[in-house]
Design a protein around this ligand. Structure first.
Ligand SMILES: [Zn+2]
Length: 567
């Protein structure tokens, strides 16, 4: 298939050093002929505007070129160089992207290059597109919100199931409405009464679970237990006093991610629905007063919100998190790690009775990390593995470069030969040779693109490894310093090192019951050795450190034998 070429030329009176329009057209035609492209006078476009001029009447040729290109009238556009397209980076990038999307290439006859959308340009265009789609997302989100708001005002169901109610079809057949479920409503009232009488959330939750009452939601892990947090949420739900409130939070986008944010009070929709009242107003008020008293009390206490390993340690029995509670050592009050689910929901949910002093466990884990992870030796192993992997890749790239270059040389020779034959042949016979030139030129262009990538990748990778090595060594120093002194940093490091947490199981020893801690570590993450996170040149896949997945450290061996930390 013959490649159809168009030409664009531009020159303004202030550009003395630039070729005249005629010279530009001549050179472009010659370039097309040499490559066997077909030309059509109707597809030669010119402007006499300066670089900065983009007013439609000054850029008629450019506009016509764009329309014809998007209409698929030709396959390539030949121009002298990118300066001919104009000086407005944003416009040129958008134009180039539009043409690329339409499958039209831009070729520069002065250098023989194809205009490639480099990273900066692609990013620019991506930003613009992202902007457009973001405003579209916002419009959709606000439409959704409006529709839910209308529903809430009509008393229709907005949102999912709520404990204490059934969702049934509305009388007018449009949508679904709630009605009170008498059995569940009795439980709701019981919860409110017991809490108003001074019972704790945990006591109520445990009792309901033990009585076998179905909780509001059966969790993904299949645990059919009442959770204190869920009961707390129920105690604050205005629907139980017959008030539908909607819009306390709404979804919005922050840096591309969906998040919930609080709305202003005046945006909250409130609809009275006396037929949905389950709890009498007095009882509701009593419960709200107790919740507020408790909240004030707990913020006065000033207790630390997180310990080194809370949220990182998991119960080996039930898989739930370990949390910190008050315990005793002799007559002294101490803090201990223990299973959160057992404490909140009772022995039916988890049988683990593991308890261990926070200080003991923290010290042991930190000592282990300093000795086993923060070492030159481990860092050396990580870097060596990374280097080995990259060298293997570089070698296979090298072999490919040679093969590609041989192929390209052959194609170039053929293009030259057929172009000469075409120029020597009588006019009516030229078409055949032009077609052959076109075919090979197309192949050659693709080949050269692959060659460029293959050549730049090994050098870029090497640079990347050296940069990572320097970074990693500096980070090792920082980690060593911070882990002993800065608890917040130390916690972050451990989270990074064990992205899936540490599992604690009982380890009986002659003296006492100790804690066995096992986790899969990702030391590469700690040192930032993850090529996937760093900017890498386009054209090669993301590399991940090969050891990250398989690198498993059994803390138990170290812990029980040498560190002596017990539970
Ligand atoms: Zn447990």
């Amino acid at each position: 298939m013959t490649v159809r070429a168009a030409i664009y030329a531009r020159r303004s009176t202030d550009e003395h050093q630039v070729e005249s329009l005629d010279t530009q057209l001549d050179n472009a035609r010659r370039y097309a002929l040499k490559r066997g492209y077909s030309l059509d006078m109707a597809h030669e476009f010119t402007d006499t505007a300066s670089r900065a001029e983009f007013a439609p009447h000054r850029r008629r040729g450019f506009a016509a070129l764009r329309d014809a290109a998007l209409a698929g009238q030709f396959d390539v556009v030949i121009v002298r160089d990118d300066s001919r397209l104009g000086g407005d980076m944003l416009r040129v990038a958008t134009f180039a992207q539009e043409l690329t999307d339409a499958g039209v290439k831009i070729l520069f006859y002065s250098t023989g290059d194809e205009m490639v959308l480099d990273n900066e340009m692609t990013r620019l265009v991506a930003v613009m597109r992202g902007f457009a789609s973001e405003s579209e997302r916002r419009r959709i989100a606000s439409r959704t919100r409006e529709s839910v708001e209308r529903k809430a005002r009509r008393g229709l169901v907005a949102g999912g199931a709520v404990y204490g109610y059934r969702n049934v079809p509305a009388a007018d057949g449009a949508g679904r409405v709630r009605e009170v479920d008498p059995e569940q409503a009795a439980i709701v009232r019981e919860i409110f009464e017991r809490y108003a009488d001074g019972e704790g959330l945990r006591t109520v939750a445990k009792d309901l679970t033990e009585r076998g009452i179905t909780p509001p939601r059966v969790r993904k892990d299949g645990l059919g237990a009442w959770a204190p947090a869920a009961i707390h949420a129920m105690l604050r739900r205005p629907l139980y006093v017959g008030r539908i409130e909607w819009g306390h939070t709404h979804k919005t986008y922050k840096a591309g991610t969906k998040v919930r944010t609080k709305t202003h009070a005046h945006e909250v929709v409130v609809v009275d629905a006396p037929h949905l009242r389950i709890v009498p107003e007095e009882l509701w008020q009593a419960v709200q007063a107790r919740i507020e008293r408790n909240e004030r009390h707990s913020t006065d206490g000033g207790r630390p919100t997180s310990y080194l390993l809370s949220g990182i340690l998991r119960c080996g029995e039930c898989g739930g998190p370990l949390s910190v509670v008050n315990g005793k050592k002799g007559y002294d009050p101490i803090k201990v790690y223990t299973c959160c689910r057992r404490r909140d929901r009772g022995g039916q949910v988890c049988a683990s009775t593991l308890r261990r002093q926070v200080e003991t466990v923290d010290t042991a884990v930190l000592a282990w990390v300093s000795r086993e992870v923060m070492t030159e030796e481990l860092l050396g192993r990580l870097l060596a593995a990374l280097r080995g992997r990259l060298e293997a890749r570089a070698k296979s790239q090298g072999d490919e470069v040679e093969a590609l270059e041989r192929q390209a040389a052959k194609l170039r020779a053929e293009v030259d030969r057929f172009a000469e034959l075409a120029l020597e042949a009588p006019a009516e016979a030229r078409g055949v040779f032009f077609a052959k030139v076109g075919e090979r030129q197309k192949e050659l262009t693709a080949l050269e693109a692959r060659l460029r990538t293959a050549k730049t990748v090994p050098a870029a990778m090497d640079l990347e490894v050296r940069r990572l090595e320097v970074d990693a060594r500096r980070r090792l120093e920082e980690l060593r310093e911070a882990i002993g002194r800065n608890p917040v940093e130390a916690r972050r490091f451990i989270q990074k090192l064990f992205p899936n947490g540490l599992t604690a199981t009982p380890l009986p020893t002659p003296g006492e019951r100790r804690m066995r801690l096992v986790g899969v570590s990702a030391p590469g993450r700690l040192f930032g050795i993850e090529l996937g996170n760093s900017a890498s040149p386009a054209g090669f896949e993301t590399l991940r450190h090969p050891q990250n997945a398989a690198f498993s450290l059994d803390l138990a061996r170290v812990a029980s034998a040498r560190m002596g930390f017990a539970a």
